[in-house]
Design a protein around this ligand. Structure first.
Ligand SMILES: [Zn+2]
Length: 111
């Protein structure tokens, strides 16, 4: 997995998803080689408004070590269904606007 910070989001209204365009050259975190596009995955994210958003994320393949890496924009927290912004709000104690249930918020705060 690669988390990118320099990117542009385009909304594809026909498919109802955001397409992530990276502005940085993707490098393999395992061996440092340049990665190339392999395929793409659709990822569902719950926003701070409680709505579902869909993102098209690229999977990249390293020609040197053969590993596959999912490219994730930094607004999406890795391994979570909620966006990074939702989690940041919950951790700062402003729970009333958070769509996640209490047990989920408690789990985030423990970390
Ligand atoms: Zn590699």
């Amino acid at each position: 997995m690669i988390i990118i910070r320099n990117y542009r989001l385009d909304y594809d209204s026909g498919r109802g998803l955001y397409i992530v365009h990276s502005n940085q050259a993707p490098m393999c975190p395992d061996c440092g080689e340049l990665l190339s596009g392999y395929d793409s995955r659709r990822r569902r994210v719950i926003g701070s408004d409680g709505k579902a958003y869909y993102f098209r994320l690229r999977r990249l393949r390293c020609s040197s070590c053969g590993h596959l890496h999912l490219e994730i924009p930094d607004i999406i927290a890795p391994g979570k269904h909620y966006s990074a912004e939702v989690i940041r709000q919950a951790r700062s104690g402003r729970d009333e606007a958070c769509p996640a249930d209490d047990s989920t918020i408690r789990r985030w705060k423990k970390k």
